[in-house]
Design a protein around this ligand. Structure first.
Ligand SMILES: *Cc1c(COP(=O)(O)O)cnc(C)c1O
Length: 383
């Protein structure tokens, strides 16, 4: 089946009891058993719930994976992957990560004896220098957040295979419509479903998709034992959101392209990060592994200090100043004070996350209104 058909149908058979076309919201914590242990495959909703199961099968299909697991947040999903590790293990990861990922790695899992190497992965060969017998996992994000670096998934997949390392990709920024890491050699795909997959900024959720059955059993054990699983109402909302994922992504990419082109030559813009430009350092890799370039764009404002950056960030009328991304509505974010506040200044500046950087999540509103809003916000005079 092709993507659009999977988005609408995968995992969703008509309900066996009533024939309902839409998967019902099975708002129940527990299930009747005929005699102890004799049940219909459902015992307790922390571990299994029919609405969530339909969603998990759909999520797996979107990433061309056999198995899907939904979590109550993206961080819950990341946490479960890290719990595959044991004290002494080492992890190779990127140096431009989602702030919350950096935080859970450095503030939680280092306390449990796990060591992280934060590397510039634009040349994947660097991984070899940092790999030893303790290395267990490679965790990457591409495009990276917020500077839209592109990491070569296939090249890293080859190194992971050769060194026998588990390879996980946070695919949140691309969405399964634009990029499928499992097809390129990843073992696990992680999503913050909160973003493009949910798509309407009304649910917080995470997911893991994977092919290996043994690994699935281990992760399901962690999922059920630790309990960061989502409820049926949220599962229903995400199933509903997914039905338009392909339509929304096409619109995000088209609007993203026009916004990027408008900003590239704007006198207030010193630097722009968007992988669709042919002069983006990894444009060719983006072209190779992504279907299109998405609606995430970051800009560095020319000659703006923190105060001026705040002033501009607060003067939008259609874009809303808010954390998060991937919803139908356009958002603007100031990473230094919002999403990336937990990363030390020296660390984030190394990755290009400077005081005058703004990140745009271009929504699917009318492009003329978006361009008009950018024009007025960037031209407001300094007081
Ligand atoms: C938002 C986000 C996360 C965390 O997901 P939550 O659903 O907020 O817990 C992880 N990675 C990336 C790239 C994100 O944008």
């Amino acid at each position: 089946m092709k993507f659009a058909t999977k988005a609408i149908h995968a995992g969703q058979e008509p309900d066996p009891t009533t024939g309902a076309i839409m998967t019902p919201i099975y708002q129940t914590s527990t299930y009747w058993q005929k005699s102890p242990g004799d049940n219909k495959g459902y015992e307790y909703s922390r571990g299994t719930n029919p609405t969530r199961k339909a969603l998990e099968d759909c999520l797996a299909a979107l990433e061309n994976a056999k198995f899907g697991l939904a979590f109550s947040s993206g961080m819950g999903a990341t946490d479960a992957v890290m719990k595959l590790l044991a004290p002494g293990d080492e992890v190779i990861t990127g140096n431009d990560l989602y702030g919350g990922s950096y935080r859970i790695f450095t503030k939680i899992f280092t306390n449990y004896g796990i060591k992280f190497h934060f590397l510039d992965l634009s040349d994947p060969e660097i991984i070899r220098q940092y790999t030893n017998e303790k290395t267990k996992l490679i965790w990457i994000e591409t495009p990276t957040n917020p500077t839209m670096q592109i990491v070569d998934i296939e090249a890293i997949g080859k190194i992971a295979k050769e060194k026998n390392l588990l390879f996980a990709v946070d695919n949140t920024f691309a969405s399964p419509y634009l990029q499928n890491p499992i097809d390129l050699g990843a073992d696990i795909v992680m999503h913050s479903v909160t973003k493009y997959i949910g798509g309407h900024s009304d649910v917080v959720m995470g997911a893991l998709m994977l092919n290996d059955e043994e690994l699935y059993k281990k992760l399901w054990f962690i999922y059920n034992a630790c309990g960061a699983t989502p409820g049926p109402m949220d599962s229903f909302l995400v199933l509903r959101g997914i039905k338009t994922l392909h339509l929304r992504m096409k619109a995000h990419c088209e609007n993203g392209r026009q916004v990027a082109e408008f900003l590239k030559t704007h006198p207030k813009v010193e630097k722009i990060y968007w992988p669709g430009f042919t002069d983006h350092p990894n444009h060719n890799i983006a072209k190779k592994q992504m279907l299109d370039f998405g609606g995430m764009i970051s800009i560095v404002l020319k000659g703006a200090d923190l105060q001026e950056t705040f002033r501009i960030a607060s003067s939008f009328k259609v874009f809303s100043l808010a954390e998060s991304l991937g919803g139908v509505e356009s958002l603007i974010n100031h990473p230094v004070s919002m999403t990336h506040g937990s990363i030390p200044k020296a660390e984030r500046e190394k990755a290009g996350v400077v005081d005058n950087l703004l990140r745009l999540s271009v929504g699917v509103e009318d492009i003329e209104d978006l361009l008009e809003d950018l024009k007025q916000a960037l031209s407001t005079p300094t007081l």
